[in-house]
Design a protein around this ligand. Structure first.
Ligand code: URP
Ligand code: ZN
Ligand code: ZN
Length: 463
């Protein structure tokens, strides 16, 4: 008997090529790609009329994360299950170092959260919140263990925010150990002043979360972060970029030839300040995340940024909190609404619909944005992020014509609302494989909690 599985008659799409071919799988790896491969496999999947994409990589998720007096509603089982339904087969989540802790404690804590639960593969960035000299040294040990990126915050004073000197020291360290800094870029100090003034004026509704975080304070922080990274000689990845003002700063950095990269998220491409216009007022809590939603005109600027490679990645920043009991914690004060929104399930379809299906960019650019570039930037390539002989058989057989209306009534995330409720997408994953095993076929789930493995990542290789 030949292959374990063969995917026949599909159109293989990578970041660079589109071609008709069969894909053969043995022991979880792609072992052959070619025309009319032998059919003597244990399982044959006919992909006629469909694309064969590499599995999606979501480089920004927060599963089972304590935050704002609550814990994000998806754990590693429900979160990776929902991800798989949507065509994402690898996530990079965040292990948080709390004040006084060493980095190893953060890593161990998040490894325990995922162990036995994840249905698909996972890796970790480490969030650093407390950085005496010993922690700088310790970064190197984490890098050796496959945690090759560190998130720093320029926002959330008193909780996560680091000062510029500390950020600069970390960047100097990553310039030596090859790791990537992922930056939450907002000027937290100035925002805090505006927030306190708003509260003093009785402005407590959810929309004030957005109105107290101006775009220029995101742009300022992006610009400062780039300057610090340039002087330190380190690459830099801006997370969850939300607006054109910040995009222009990334563009300037890249135009200077600096190794600066940025992701945006589906919420900034599809939603806007208009989502706060609702009769009850508090419904807007569903859209409280950071950075906030922006004026609608920013959306097209971000799409064009993706097209023109001023932005390189779309991740979800999936950080779900139920409306009932979690978002409701902030009914009388927007600062008490847990920050974050659910998005892990629909990234692939939303970006396919708004990208290639809408004529904005090619299917190859789509693959680059949702799989190949995150794999390269975060040390997963070529094991993941492409369809190639020797790569993990993480594969999405995608029907470009299947339509779907996103709704909390049908989604698989463990959260009681959808940010994208009622949005129609064109293009849906039909079959999703992780290391050669079918996780999802149509509506049916075949995955198993614990089947997902921790992936030790290499260091950044440029993209
Ligand atoms: O509101 C957000 N984005 N919550 C998750 C934490 C973060 O800053 O990424
Ligand atoms: Zn952030
Ligand atoms: Zn986040």
């Amino acid at each position: 008997m030949g292959f374990d599985t063969i995917i026949t008659n599909g159109t293989v799409v990578t970041a660079t090529d589109t071609y008709a071919a069969d894909v053969a799988i043995e022991d979880g790896k792609i072992t052959a790609i070619g025309k009319s491969l032998p059919r003597d496999a244990k399982k044959v999947i006919d992909a006629t009329g469909r694309y064969v994409f590499p599995g999606g990589i979501d480089a920004h998720t927060h599963l089972d994360m304590p935050f704002g007096g609550s814990t994000s509603a998806d754990d590693f089982e429900t979160g990776t299950t929902a991800a798989a339904y949507g065509g994402t087969t690898t996530i990079v989540d965040f292990a948080i170092q709390y004040k006084g802790q060493d980095l190893r404690t953060a890593f161990d804590t998040w490894m325990k959260k995922a162990d036995g639960k994840a249905v698909a593969d996972y890796a970790f960035h480490c969030i650093m919140t407390d950085v005496p000299a010993a922690r700088l040294e310790e970064m190197n040990a984490l890098v050796r263990d496959g945690v090759t990126s560190f998130k720093l915050f320029m926002a959330y004073p008193g909780v996560f925010m680091l000062d510029d000197a500390t950020i600069f020291r970390v960047l100097q360290q990553t310039s030596k150990n090859g790791a990537m800094v992922c930056m939450h870029a907002e000027n937290g100090g100035a925002i805090d002043v505006i927030v306190q003034q708003a509260l003093a004026e009785g402005k407590t509704a959810p929309k004030y979360h957005a109105l107290t975080r101006p775009t220029s304070l995101e742009a300022e922080a992006v610009s400062r972060a780039i300057a610090l990274a340039e002087i330190a000689g380190s690459p830099l990845y801006i997370v969850h970029l939300s607006c054109d003002d910040a995009l222009q700063k990334v563009r300037e950095g890249r135009d200077k030839g600096l190794p600066v990269y940025a992701e945006t998220c589906p919420q900034y491409l599809y939603l806007s300040l208009d989502n706060f216009d609702n009769p009850g007022g508090f419904d807007g809590a569903k859209y409280v995340f950071t950075p906030p939603l922006r004026e609608k005109w920013n959306q097209e600027k971000l799409w064009q940024g993706l097209k023109n490679d001023h932005l390189q990645v779309v991740s979800t920043d999936h950080c779900p909190f139920c409306f009932k009991e979690q978002k409701e914690l902030g009914r009388d004060d927007f600062t008490k609404i847990p920050n974050g929104g659910p998005g892990i399930e629909h990234r692939f379809s939303l970006i396919y619909s708004g990208g290639p299906a809408a004529g904005r960019f090619s299917i190859n650019r789509f693959v680059e944005i949702v799989a190949t570039t995150p794999a390269k930037l975060f040390g997963l390539y070529p094991r993941k992020g492409t369809i190639a002989v020797g790569s993990d058989a993480d594969i999405v057989i995608f029907d470009p014509n299947r339509e779907h209306t996103i709704s909390a009534a049908t989604h698989h995330m463990r959260v009681d609302y959808s940010m994208f409720e009622g949005i129609k997408v064109k293009g849906m994953p039909d079959v999703v494989l992780s290391r050669g095993k079918v996780l999802v076929e149509g509506d049916k789930f075949y995955g198993r909690a614990g089947a997902g493995e921790f992936i030790k990542r290499a260091t950044y290789s440029g993209a």
